[in-house]
Design a protein around this ligand. Sequence first.
Ligand SMILES: [Zn+2]
Length: 278
Amino acid sequence: MKNTILLLFVFTLCSGAFFSCQDSDQTNASPVSDETMARLVGLGFDVKNFVPMKFDDGYLVEGDIFVTDADLAVMKPAGRVPDVEQYRTTNLVSASTVRTITMYAQQGTCNSCYSAGMIAGLDLAIARYNAENLNIRFQRLTTSVGANIVMTRLRKGEEAQGILGSAGFPTASGNPYNQIKMSGVLESKYGLSTAGIATIIAHEMGHCVGMRHTDYYNRAISCGGSISNEGDGGVGAILVPGTPSTATAAAKSWMLACTDGGDRPFNNDDKTALNYLY
Ligand SMILES: [Zn+2]
């Protein structure tokens, strides 16, 4: 991905189709300036169904896209984009032979630590990828030293707002994105099962290795609300051959933009996409 453009997709519980939307929390968040709002509207972001809010050192728009002022300065409105099949970013992880991607998440009782249940979800997500016998393999380390992807907790306020996780896309040099920010309350606050937690972590891992949302061209498929297209996003949205002509919520792809909190193991089309790329 271009260094100048950093789009982080996070998976929110703000899904009208399945969960009640966290509108009250969003409206309590810091508003963005009129100038920024005008820029977001000009770029085609949906600011009505998803009120933009300040997030980290940038803004969270459409509920799950993170952009900074630097991003907004160079982004252009999306042109016409394809509306079929599954999608990857321009950059992928270099893996002409089997490559192991190491991961680390801190387990324990500290504020920034994950519960055993969250770690079990991470382990299941890793097992799901490894069961596909891809050229990328994942391995969890018990120390952060040497980890390719570190999973760290969101801030308390972000977790309280219903944000579930965020990640980025592979680098131009062919390395996976190196950080997943993940809520630590998927089990304790939302009662998600290990499989449900694994689904969300696997989704963010998917972004790290170059997967776009299956329904990126119309997030309403999984999120509800009005038609909303994430566009090229500056990172590319390239068709993956052999995947179906349209996304449906019923197919339960692990890369749908919004979650229902349930289990979404790789469906056949997900497996086709992963095996084609890796
Ligand atoms: Zn996502």
